[in-house]
Design a protein around this ligand. Structure first.
Ligand code: IPM
Ligand code: MN
Length: 352
């Protein structure tokens, strides 16, 4: 198989972890006889510095012409004071919107050998295997107006029926191929958008009779997630709720540095990025955990290229490297075999 992959390292540790993902993909390609061609593009703060905009047209074109996109992370102190339109994050948001990447899949899998690294008790998190399906191109992130009005300020939470329907369907479809339980998370006791969301879930549910579904309010869901996370299979939710719940859920895996994601549209190229940010405080020091990015590359093989065996091989390699005790600082317990970003990557490659 021949594929072109756009690689957008971005800022901070983005460059280091993107390097790890391409190394792992190259090794998998070599093993299975696939040809992965990588084409780099600028996004985020580094794009602002070089071109004056966080998402240059050239990058968007490269992405449109690729079979899938790998992205490191964007942002950093340096650009924190820029007006909102020129922030690095705008580049990422514009990319998601331009490619209509409405479905953000964030699997939360606790590896047994890491369950001790979680701040939650071993028995609570060991065996957790859930998937947050976050709506990614609507809601509060993209509502108009969003502006200052003197001493007042407004952000808008807007959705169309079609936008809600397609993400809810995605939630049901993913539940069907997993453990057939879907939790729709909203704030229907307060928000009109959530009441419409709930109605739509009710309308669509009969199309998936094999899936058991429930509604939960987002505050309750946040609490249930750390009280008893194993009750969840697939969670489908609005953009901002999904952003918050996925950071919360990442702590079960021991570190935000473990969580991969896939952002999918109806038919175009998918975007694969770690859930973590650019971590400017540790950038360039070889301390970044590359596993979220490497696992994102595995998701790319699975969801964009349907190379399930290859994806599974990467996941198994990660499991084995963790079992063997190798740890980047974010997941290191006492007596761990402390490794750098590149050493961790080399371990994964040799485990392949
Ligand atoms: C994420 C990030 C982004 C988001 C930021 C960087 C805009 O936190 O992917 O979760 O809020 O979506
Ligand atoms: Mn986030």
């Amino acid at each position: 198989m021949k594929k072109q992959i756009a690689v957008l390292p971005g800022d901070g540790i983005g460059a280091e972890v993107a390097e790890s993902a391409t190394a792992v993909l190259q090794a998998v390609g070599h093993k299975f006889g696939h040809e992965f061609k990588f084409k780099k593009g600028l996004i985020g703060g580094c794009a602002i510095d070089e071109t004056g905009t966080p998402l240059p047209d050239e990058t968007l074109e490269t992405c449109r012409n690729s079979d899938a996109i790998l992205l490191g992370a964007v942002g950093g102190y340096k650009w924190d004071t820029l007006p909102s339109e020129q922030r690095p994050e705008k580049g990422l948001l514009k990319l998601r919107k331009s490619l209509d990447l409405f479905a953000n899949l964030r699997p939360v899998t606790v590896f047994e050998s890491l369950a001790d690294a979680s701040t939650l008790k071993f028995d609570i998190v060991n065996g957790v295997d859930l998937m947050i399906v976050r709506e990614l191109t609507g809601g509060l992130y993209f509502g108009e107006p969003s502006e200052r009005r003197g001493d007042a300020v407004v952000d808008t939470l807007a959705y169309t029926r079609q936008e809600i329907e397609r993400i809810v369907r995605k939630g049901f479809e993913l539940a069907q191929v997993r453990r057939k339980r879907l939790t729709s998370v909203d704030k229907a006791n307060v928000l009109e958008s959530s009441r419409m969301w709930r109605e739509i879930v009710e309308e669509i549910a009969p199309e998936y009779p094999d899936v058991e579904y429930a509604h939960r309010l987002v505050d309750d869901a946040a609490m249930q997630l750390i009280r008893n996370p194993k009750q969840f299979d697939v969670i489908v939710t609005e953009n901002l709720f999904g952003d918050i719940l996925s950071d919360e859920a990442s702590m079960m895996t021991g570190s935000l540095g473990m969580l991969p994601s896939a952002s999918l549209s109806a038919d175009g190229p998918g975007l694969y990025e770690p859930v973590h940010g650019s971590a400017p405080d540790i950038a360039g020091q070889g301390k970044a955990n590359p596993l979220a990015m490497i696992l994102s590359a595995a998701m790319m093989l699975k969801y964009s290229f349907h190379l399930d065996d290859e994806a599974e091989m990467i996941e198994n390699a990660v499991v084995n490297v963790l079992k063997a005790g190798y740890r980047t600082p974010d997941i290191a317990e006492k007596d761990a075999k402390l490794v750098s970003t590149t050493e961790m990557t080399e371990q994964v490659v040799s485990a392949l």
